[in-house]
Design a protein around this ligand. Structure first.
Ligand code: ZN
Length: 250
């Protein structure tokens, strides 16, 4: 199948779907200027070659790109049941995906989270000055007098999940539930190696979803995927969404 036929097929499946779940990794943010991990110029690839990290713009100046915006289009058409992301760059939330449609399995660099009631809040909202209180990671011991949850007084932590930290339970369970309930599961820009996040496509597939993978490098699911793209995200995702729009509006 050539690229055009594959784009048409993906669009047809999505247009016909009732429960589309999209899953994104660092690859969707590279076109915003952020490095990924295992791509040709990724953080780990360069580290393994003994090279310094790739240059990237300051995080707060990074903007959502055509890939993020294509997902917003799906949301507007009523086609997005749920979005699961491994990214901590906050670009999906910045582009306008509401938190009830979004699981950020590895956290979001702009947000803190209450360990008791689960409230998500910006660092400023929490009154957390990183110069005084540090990063607030879960593994850092609680400092005397540090800000607490404004709602319940519980301990608040940086929502970013570091290696060794547990994933946020609420987002994780919701992701499993939505993955199992999906009829089309679309992976964008992830090499699907970091578990448990990377198990989601498997849950979806086991429950009968069609699996679409758009990623430059190999993934462990290449053998079971129903449709596979290895092109640039910006060359594939916006045209798919454009086709979906035509079919939904017919
Ligand atoms: Zn709380």
């Amino acid at each position: 199948m050539d690229l055009k036929d594959k784009i048409d097929l993906a669009a047809k499946w999505i247009a016909e779907s009732k429960k589309l779940v999209v899953f994104t990794g660092a690859g969707i943010s590279t076109e915003s200027g952020l490095p990924d991990f295992r791509g040709p110029d990724g953080l780990w690839t360069r580290r393994d070659k003994g090279l310094p990290p790739p240059k990237s713009p300051p995080w707060d100046q990074v903007k959502p790109n055509s890939g993020h915006l294509a997902i917003i289009e799906l949301l507007k058409m009523g086609k997005l049941d749920y979005l699961i992301s491994q990214n901590v760059d906050g670009l999906h939330a910045k582009s306008g995906i509401p938190f009830e449609k979004l699981a950020e399995l590895h956290g979001n660099m702009y947000f803190m989270k209450c360990l008791e009631c689960g409230k998500k809040m910006l660092f400023e909202e929490a009154g957390w000055d990183q110069k005084v209180w540090g990063k607030g990671y879960r593994s850092i011991p609680v400092k005397k007098g540090q800000p607490a949850c404004p709602d319940c007084g519980g301990r608040i932590i940086n929502s970013i999940v570091n290696f060794g930290d547990p994933l946020p339970e609420d987002d994780l369970y919701e992701s499993i539930r939505r993955s199992e309930g999906s009829d089309v599961f679309f992976v964008i820009g992830s090499s699907l190696v970091v578990v448990p996040a990377a198990n989601m496509p498997l849950y979806a597939k086991q429950h009968g979803a069609k699996l679409i993978i758009l990623n430059k490098g190999e993934t462990p699911y290449d053998g079971i995927t129903d449709l596979r793209f290895s092109e640039q995200i910006g060359d594939v995702l916006p045209p798919i969404v454009e086709k979906v729009k035509q079919q939904v509006n017919q």
